[in-house]
Design a protein around this ligand. Structure first.
Ligand code: CP
Ligand code: NVA
Length: 308
């Protein structure tokens, strides 16, 4: 089994992973007991830069007694051999592979040729591991659990918000997205949510950022220009100018609302320093939760691979 997008999981799988992430976070490391995945080897094949994803995965496998091999440019991905040859060979050495790539279709092709589980560590379309940490953080910071949690995402309908939307649809979390016309989810993606997820809680999309954040329990943003879109940066800064998360916008959310950002942030662009460094900001906790969520993903996939 792979985690290429959150559509690969049943709602019960997602529940299990989140519950396990909470338990793993609460359990101190105990080296007096044999580690659960001693000797397991994780490969990390990364075409794009990363701090959080790479290091949190490397730490996660180390905590389980395994080790990681980072494969950067020198591995020759996309240059020396076909995706099929790459996947068939590489996966023989590994127990699990994390891929960060420019093109989601290449991830799907790669996974089709791998004999070990493959995890999406970010593509142009999805960032599933980020969404797991996001939901963990939102749950940790929401006190009123007698009603559905309300999340506002203000910004680009990109890999991060697409995965957030799938996770919210599966978990019954209300998601309001404030995004300029022309940058919103494709009709195909919206249709996929309802067809692939039973009783999906569908996101509400508006081009008014103020309407999106009203009474939200969490306000989330990401960069307006993702990796690979650098040529569009000038146009995007113009088109998203009224979508900055600043103190004025935050004041429309619930008074206890937390602020989230997957990081890295472009300070002073999609979010002000005042909000990012302010008392409502949960971004450091959110980044820390990447490791706990990914430990639970590894545990889930490695257990399934052993049983299979
Ligand atoms: N949020 C995130 O994926 O960070 P990195 O790009 O540093 O891995
Ligand atoms: N949307 C951003 C997320 C980075 C973690 C990007 O793809 O560059």
């Amino acid at each position: 089994m792979n985690l290429l997008s959150l559509f690969d999981l049943e709602i019960s799988d997602l529940d299990e992973i989140l519950q396990n992430a909470i338990a793993l976070k609460a359990t101190p490391l105990d080296w007096n007991r044999p580690p659960k995945y001693a000797g397991s080897v994780m490969g990390l094949l990364f075409e794009k830069s990363s701090l959080r994803t790479r290091v949190s995965f490397e730490a996660a496998i180390a905590h389980f007694g395994g080790s990681a091999i980072f494969l950067g440019q020198e591995a020759g991905w996309g240059k020396r051999e076909t995706i099929a040859d790459f996947g068939r060979v590489l996966s023989q050495y590994l127990d699990v592979l994390v891929f960060r790539g420019k093109d989601h279709t290449q991830l799907v092709e790669l996974a089709g040729h791998c004999s070990c589980p493959v995890i999406n560590g970010l593509t142009d379309i999805y960032h599933p591991c980020q969404a797991l940490a996001d939901i963990l953080t939102i749950r940790e910071n929401t006190t009123d659990l007698d009603r559905p949690i309300r999340v506002a995402y203000v910004g680009d309908c990109n890999n991060v918000s697409r995965s957030l939307a799938i996770c919210c649809a599966m978990m019954g979390i209300e998601l309001r997205i404030g995004c300029p016309e022309g940058y919103q989810f494709s009709p195909d993606f919206a249709a996929g949510l309802s067809s692939k997820i039973p009783n999906a809680t569908l996101p509400e999309i508006t081009s008014d950022p103020k309407a999106a954040v009203e009474n939200a329990d969490a306000v989330y943003t990401d960069v307006w220009t993702s990796m690979g879109q650098e040529k569009e940066e000038k146009q995007r800064r113009n088109d998203f100018a009224s979508f900055q998360v600043n103190a004025e916008l935050m004041s429309l959310a619930s008074p206890n609302a937390s602020f989230l950002h997957c990081l890295p942030a472009k300070r002073g662009v999609e979010v002000t320093d005042e909000v990012l460094d302010g008392p409502q900001s949960a971004v450091v906790q959110q980044a820390g939760n990447r490791m706990h969520a990914q430990k639970a993903v590894l545990d889930f996939l490695l257990t399934k691979a052993t049983v299979a």
